[in-house]
Design a protein around this ligand. Structure first.
Ligand code: ADP
Ligand code: MG
Length: 320
């Protein structure tokens, strides 16, 4: 078993000194060079990831590494920020080299994809828990906030919703009469274990977007956050909510509740003024990303209604 210092050196000391990180992993603290320009702001977010709460026991180690960083990158995407650095506080029941190898590999692969640098952390013994803090930059005053949705804005969502929640239900054998192929099952497991944070899409939609967040606790609950912060309401077109072919194998009626209230989507939910819609659609059409208009903001504060004007409850996953 590696000692604590060998463990850090072997699995988490990835980076040579660089211009923005003259001192990273290895000293008592990291030393970072901030951008010279006064025109940028630092954006910071932290999330803890606990076995049995945020991921089921027996989740592959590389998936734990991937997902712990993905959920944090997703918060930067939701703000429209450019990823820069992250720290890793790791609590492990034991220093298992195989587990550490795969965890560190999953984490580094996603970090490299998004050009975010691991600059330090902490390593302790205890129940498996991972805390990652991400830092990124944004042009001053340009952060995408929850409080900027306006009546008549169109409501958009990226990707498809509910796949991860269906993956979890399949894993826990909770899905009623699951008529789902092995391929669709795999797709939903991958959505659960390897969520893809929407940082590239975030850059593209940013110029046109009023309010934005990432969906982590279910579409309705997270939409509720935008409505509350912006003191507006929303009308949803439930048949426009994007579902994957895999989710649809079990029928739209069975899949829709997972899309509305299931967690772990890490897709972007954003609102834009109608006049910006053609520009948004033109910009997104040049990418491989998919976005769907699922409704409209109105002035009925806090209310979500369906196409027929029926009220919909905005409950999703809550820890307490
Ligand atoms: P200290 O005793 O000052 O808390 P540590 O022994 O915890 O220092 O850490 C030594 C160095 O290793 C520091 O630079 C710290 O940021 C880094 N480090 C510790 N654990 C991790 C980790 N899990 N991932 C990345 N860097 C880490
Ligand atoms: Mg320490």
């Amino acid at each position: 078993m590696p000692s604590e210092f060998e463990l850090i050196q072997d699995y988490f000391n990835w980076q040579q000194a660089s211009h923005s990180v003259p001192i990273g992993v290895g000293d008592d603290a990291a030393v970072l060079n901030l951008p010279k320009s006064q025109k940028q702001q630092l954006v910071v977010s932290v999330d803890t990831f606990i076995e049995g709460v945020h991921f089921p026991e027996n989740t592959p180690a590389d998936a734990i590494g991937h997902k712990a960083l993905a959920v944090n990158l997703s918060d930067l995407a939701a703000m429209g920020a450019e990823p820069a650095w992250f720290t890793l506080a790791l609590t492990l029941p034991e220093a298992n080299p195989t587990w550490l190898h795969h965890f560190s590999k999953g984490l580094k692969k996603l970090a490299d994809q998004h050009k975010i640098t691991l600059i330090g952390g902490d390593t302790t013994r205890g129940t498996l828990s991972i805390t990652i803090q991400v830092m990124g930059f944004i042009d001053t005053g340009k952060a995408l906030l929850r409080c900027n949705a306006k009546p008549k804005d169109k409501i958009y969502v990226s990707g498809t919703l509910g796949d991860a929640a269906i993956g979890l239900a399949l894993l826990q054998e909770r899905l009623e009469s699951p008529h789902i192929s092995p391929q669709a099952n795999q797709f939903c497991q991958d959505a659960l274990n390897y969520p893809q944070p929407q940082n590239l899409l975030s850059k593209i939609i940013k110029p046109y977007t009023n309010a934005c967040l990432d969906i982590s606790d279910g579409l309705l609950q997270d939409l509720g956050h935008i409505l509350k912060a912006s003191t507006v309401g929303a009308r949803l077109e439930l048949d426009k909510i994007p579902l994957s072919d895999s989710a649809l194998e079990n029928g739209r009626k069975k899949a829709l509740p997972y899309a509305l209230t299931g967690g772990d989507d890490y897709q972007l939910l954003f609102t834009i003024a109608e006049k910006n819609e053609p520009l948004l659609l033109y910009a997104v059409a040049k990418t491989n990303d998919k976005i769907s208009c699922i409704g409209e903001i109105n002035s009925q504060t806090g209310n979500v209604t369906d196409d027929f004007g029926n009220l919909i409850s905005t409950k999703g996953y809550q820890h307490f």
